[in-house]
Design a protein around this ligand. Structure first.
Ligand SMILES: *[C@@H]1O[C@H](CO)[C@@H](O)[C@H](O)[C@H]1NC(C)=O
Ligand SMILES: *[C@@H]1O[C@H](CO)[C@@H](O)[C@H](O)[C@H]1NC(C)=O
Ligand SMILES: *[C@@H]1O[C@H](CO)[C@@H](O)[C@H](O)[C@H]1NC(C)=O
Length: 492
């Protein structure tokens, strides 16, 4: 892995809990392409449809509070069992919202987005359907969350904000041809990967410039106040335009390309300092992290919860988005390389259009599929062999990687997430931690308080963690917790 921040960041969601969706992905890179097509088409749309103002049709987010009341849960059911039932119900709900034909897709789009779909939506729909994509409008929320603030910028201002720094790495489409432009080194060779995808889709795309971030680290952290104002403004101005106002064609950019450039927008790049301090400015004022200063990375110990973590369900993750949200978990400032010492920082607090392959929830970069997933190089894609079908895979884990995730040092390594992962999977280290013989300066984690997880152990009431090998220990215990006998014997 070369992305130093990727572990906490969100690559575009491709696989995961929606079975059909992930099996479509296993077929190759097709889904990536169609997500890129979706992102680009939508980006183009907001540039052209900015006239779309007036009344609101605000999207209503359904937040499904998890109902764990005894009436619905089986007696003594383990929390993981409850979470599985909940996830299955949620998956069923989502899949029941699948669009199988264009007219349904249009209705769902309009309902959720409060706008008419962009020109060539039918081409996108055909493409997605031909590639076995499961089309559920909610799946694309990420794209809209990223793009919404940009609607509040006039198209001319948006263009001004994308130059001249943006010309360093840009993929352009002109007359249905994709053009790759770089004036700076692209050491990881990411641009050609993205270019290949845009090239394949260019026949459906309008003229557009896509400035791309080739760094491992995400780049934009616009303070909460500004984003909040923009998101509100966008929601208030959004509307479904009457048919007479609908445009079905893009005008292209020749006129704009011929124009003299406006006075360039002054982007102030921040290359040093605490990333945590920049991040917490993007958190809502009443969120737990907003007023918590960074730790002293050289002297402060790791700050890990020993009680149930916030937003967990009896200690287990029920909503991954919330569980990894740094605004919700101030402790992450001491537990992740991004907040200790990223390998490089080049961040701005200005809202500028910049596409990138990974980010934290708070970054304003526009997410699109990471180049490494498009790569066929052995480094990223093995030898193209992804093993047997999901159902036949073993429930074991092998983790192999380098100790990156930021710049770790002798004094700071215990704060790094990869080091913690390896140590927590090490049965010997966990055992030493239990009996108190793991030295504090060499410990990346704290064990939860006794009794919180009521783990079963054979014999003496505690699971023997001293499993040898390095992929045992905590993971063993977690997997044992999912055993059927266990579920029926023990309640939380
Ligand atoms: C998880 O939390 C996020 C953030 O609050 C929310 O938008 C989302 O709907 C939640 N997901 C589920 C499945 O409840
Ligand atoms: C930061 O990014 C900008 C825009 O990509 C670039 O012009 C500048 O040289 C970068 N600064 C450093 C120190 O790399
Ligand atoms: C596992 O932990 C023990 C005890 O702390 C340590 O000596 C050993 O090097 C660790 N093994 C790995 C693979 O990290």
């Amino acid at each position: 892995m070369h992305t130093s921040n990727a572990d906490l960041m969100t690559p575009v969601k491709l696989t995961g809990k929606y079975g059909g969706f992930s099996s479509a992905c296993l077929g190759g890179n097709r889904i990536l392409k169609y997500l890129i097509l979706a992102t680009i088409t939508l980006t183009c749309t907001f540039v052209y449809f900015i006239y779309d103002t007036h009344t609101s049709a605000e999207r209503v987010d359904k937040i499904h509070a998890f109902d764990a009341s005894p009436s619905v849960s089986q007696e003594h059911e383990h929390p993981i069992g409850k979470l599985i039932r909940y996830a299955q119900a949620e998956q069923g709900r989502l899949l029941s919202r699948q669009s199988h034909d264009l007219s349904t897709a249009v209705i769902r789009y309009q309902e959720r987005r409060g706008r008419r779909p962009p020109p060539d939506f039918n081409a996108w729909f055909d493409y997605a359907q031909k590639h076995d994509a499961i089309i559920v409008e909610e799946f694309f929320d990420r794209i809209y969350d990223d793009l919404n603030p940009f609607w509040t910028l006039e198209p001319r201002e948006l263009r001004r904000r994308s130059g001249p720094w943006a010309h360093e790495h840009v993929i352009s489409v002109r007359n249905r041809k994709a053009i790759l432009k770089t004036t700076h080194a692209d050491p990881m060779g990411r641009m050609p990967q993205w270019h290949r995808v845009v090239e394949e889709l260019a026949q459906w795309l309008p003229d557009v410039d896509l400035p791309v971030n080739v760094m491992d680290e995400s780049r934009l952290l616009v303070p909460w106040k500004e984003i909040n104002e923009r998101v509100r403004k966008e929601a208030a101005e959004r509307r479904v335009v009457p048919p007479s106002e609908v445009r079905t064609e893009f005008t292209g950019l020749p006129a704009i390309d011929a124009e003299p450039e406006d006075e360039p927008f002054d982007v102030r790049w921040i290359g040093e300092g605490s990333y945590w301090d920049l991040l917490r400015q993007t958190c809502p004022p009443d969120s737990p992290s907003r007023n918590i200063p960074p730790i002293d990375i050289y002297h402060d110990a790791i700050d890990m919860p020993i009680a149930y973590p916030r937003h967990s369900f009896s200690g287990y993750v029920q909503n991954w988005t919330l569980s990894k949200d740094p605004c919700q978990h101030p402790r992450l400032r001491s537990l992740h390389g991004t907040f200790i010492e990223p390998v490089s920082i080049n961040t701005t607090q200005s809202l500028i259009p910049l596409f990138g392959g990974c980010k934290l929830r708070q970054n304003n970069d526009v997410l699109f599929p990471p180049a490494m997933y498009l790569s066929t190089e052995e480094l990223y894609a093995g030898r193209g062999d992804r093993g047997p079908e999901w159902i036949q895979k073993k429930d074991g884990v092998v983790w192999r990687g380098v100790a990156s995730g930021g710049r770790n040092k002798a004094e700071t390594w215990t704060h790094f997430h990869r080091h913690r992962y390896v140590q927590m999977l090490n049965g010997t280290a966990v055992h030493e931690s239990e009996i108190g013989s793991l030295p504090a300066e060499g410990t990346t984690f704290k064990l939860p308080a006794q009794g919180h997880y009521s783990l079963v152990a054979p014999g003496n009431g505690r699971k023997h963690l001293h499993a040898g090998g390095c992929n045992k220990g905590v993971l063993d215990v977690i997997l044992a917790g999912m055993d059927e006998n266990y579920l029926s014997q023990r309640g939380p």
